[in-house]
Unconditional design. Sequence first.
Length: 409
Amino acid sequence: MQPFDGFGTGLHLNAGRVGGDYPAELRPVLSLAAARAAMEEISTWPGYAPTPLVALPGLADALGIAEVTYKDEGGRFGLGSFKALGGAYAVRRLLGDAVARATGRRPTSAELAAGAHAAITRAITVTSATDGNHGRSVAWGAHMFGCRCVIYVHATVSDERVAAIARYDAEVVRVEGNYDDAVRQADRDAARHGRLLVSDTSYEGYLDVPRDVMQGYSVMVQEALEQLGRGGALPTHVFIQGGVGALAGAVTAHLWESLGADCPRIVVVEPDKAACLLASARAGKPTVITGDLDTIMAGLACGEVSELAWRVLAPGATAFMAVTDEAAPAAMRLLASGEAGARVAGGESGVAGLAGLACAAMRPDWREAVGLDEGSRVLLFGSEGDTDPRLYREIVGMSGDEVRARAGS
């Protein structure tokens, strides 16, 4: 396996980590009670099935640790990423609230999908900014549950990702600037046109909908715990993608409340071109990263931290780290080759945790700092598959379908 030690550019151990039981003051942010409600809802949707938890023994051996497992979200609801759990769940909640206000009764998902309340839902427009996957989830949820949708993308979002969003009858608006500029434009236009904003990032005055998005993500974490519980030992570490922090916050909160003092060490991994969480950890407060944030890990190209996520990560994460753009293609090719112990089609953003693990494990000082040793059991969340098929083929040398076909042969 090729060395990854040159791809890590920054590691910060979190001196503010609390440990112990999940703090009561965080339960209004994210909780197991709300996670159970999300699971009860999402598990009723057509096409729901737990995504696979894939063992990667070859990678574990190469890194000198006991176990690596990879939660492959590439098949989630046919949308290619874990984002299918969040944006669509928030849309469902918003539409349910609207129908309940108008009728006095909360509808089921089946009723919404069947158009039983179309007179109400078709008058509603949901909107969001996206790097690709979140917008696709919001558009899919709007299409499934019967409302209109407008999605904002920034300058460097690929045409393939735009087409995947438009496939669900969403209007797609491209704006100048980076992801954070698109977020601000979506927010302004939502206020101007009376649209309902469905963002996966949160800020002062806008917390409820992002909380629902993050609780949707917890379905993936609960599945992983149940899959590990069928004979596997609990993980000692999780290396998880950063971005605005919504995914990392959801994973941290669910594992922390579920496992208490046995919660694994959480290492948050970002591209060094958009490492707002690492900068925030070093500063001890949310810190904005400016510039074009142009990284190959498009889903992590974020310069501003989610307020809700930071509330969880500031006391819950063990460490924050940054990797170069070269780390993602190396991890993608490693997964596709089967050298890790299984063949998986992992996308540019989805493999950041794996890349971070390899960087940390191959660098002795980082390995010691985060407590990796021969007994470590690492859980990774492969948050996307080949969501940009053209780019995936360019990087890996074959399509995601070819990788999956070889995995099944």
